[in-house]
Design a protein around this ligand. Structure first.
Ligand code: SF4
Length: 62
């Protein structure tokens, strides 16, 4: 399951709370920049998708 972080929906003006939500530590962020998801670490639990208030992270249509 590949995840997309949409740069149009993500305001990139705060530390992303998903860094703490992700149980696999798969989400990283440089400063307040667009968060990145490491597909190698992602456990596909879907917590980040549910938690993001901006609906900016979702499953990529492959
Ligand atoms: S789906 Fe789960 S493991 Fe994967 S990035 Fe989101 S919170 Fe982390």
């Amino acid at each position: 399951m590949a995840l997309t972080v949409n740069s149009t929906l993500c305001p990139q003006n705060h530390r992303c709370p998903l860094l703490r939500v992700c149980p696999a530590g798969a989400i990283t962020q440089a400063g307040n920049a667009l968060p990145q998801v490491d597909p190698e670490k992602c456990a596909e639990c879907g917590k980040c998708i549910k938690y993001c208030g901006m609906k900016a992270i979702y499953k990529q249509n492959v």
